[in-house]
Design a protein around this ligand. Sequence first.
Ligand SMILES: *Cc1c(COP(=O)(O)O)cnc(C)c1O
Length: 388
Amino acid sequence: MDPKHTHPDTIAAQALGWIDEATRAVTPPIHMSSTYLRDPDNQYRSGRVYARADNPAFDQAEAVLNALEGGHQTLLFASGMAAATAVFQALAPGDHVLVPKVMYWSLRNWLMTFAVPWGLDVELIDMTNPDAVKAAVRPGKTKLVWIETPANPLWTVTDIAVTAQIAHAAGALLAVDSTVPTPILTQPIALGADIVMHAATKYLNGHSDLIAGTLTTAADSPYWQKVRKVRAQIGGTLGSFEAWLLLRGMRTLPLRVRAASASAQRIAEHFSHHKLVEAVLYPGLPGCHGHAVAQLQMKGGFGGMMSIRVKPNAHGGEAAAIAVAANTTLWKRATSLGGAESLIEQRASVEGAGTPAPPDLLRLSVGLEHVDDLIADFEQALDKAQRA
Ligand SMILES: *Cc1c(COP(=O)(O)O)cnc(C)c1O
């Protein structure tokens, strides 16, 4: 199939239509070998030497995601963090990078704990404001602008096309953590991004049963070759079985993402004028931050992630939020996102010091249950929390 002229649903459902040539299997085998036979004349004509660098178990999953993102090449990593940190590790000490103040907390934490002492010049800015980005880039010195949109845990929206222009004018690359929208709702490369990162742990796999990450590049470059080396040499390499599971998960990605988005939109609208709710943060709501930009760059929905700030009970806003999470039965109290089951967490306690999440904020990952059941469960938990 020609991915450029095929819908994402078809690319995903058939995983590009690949057939295993050795067996005619429609579902691929799981390649477990860690090493590959050398030819008698000492060559490696198979192109594979050792599975830390080259693993045929990655080929189809990488090709499917690459087609969905419209990229030049895609690499699987052992986790979202292994993928994201590779983007920074391929830079050099002294390089200046811009990252958002509101972003996946564990990456911000790694940047401050490891990247800064190693010599990266990391500057945190309000990435949703193009004027702030323009003021912060240093032409020739800034090598990378990192964005996440919609961004954890406030779901603020960054304009990918505008930020790409600013980054490129300064000679910097734009990298996008696109875990939440997935290629079904947003294709950052078509909007000008150079690198797209996913925590494949989340929607791409979609079943809460593996940890994986990905990077997709818009073009080959010496920088990208260094990223490849980071994976091969530092060894943040995915296991073969996880790569196989990820491919299986991606076959239903478009259906899952659209279903979660539609339910999230209903839930956001339902609770946005609720007497026990302070605010609903969701890019699909007209009153929310970045709704106009989200309408331009997100297609077919605003994603399955939202946050709800609850009204205080007699013990305050934090107590009310924790009590809501304590009283849901369908919404499972757990971190992570993008699985079939809906998850809820009082986010400030997960992120700790420096979190932008107010204490009354519950982060919700909307799953694939019936939306009426999810609304009813959250309603009864809100009621109980008021009386707690
Ligand atoms: C989970 C997540 C990550 C990290 O991915 P892991 O697979 O947990 O290492 C990065 N960014 C976002 C937006 C995430 O949700």
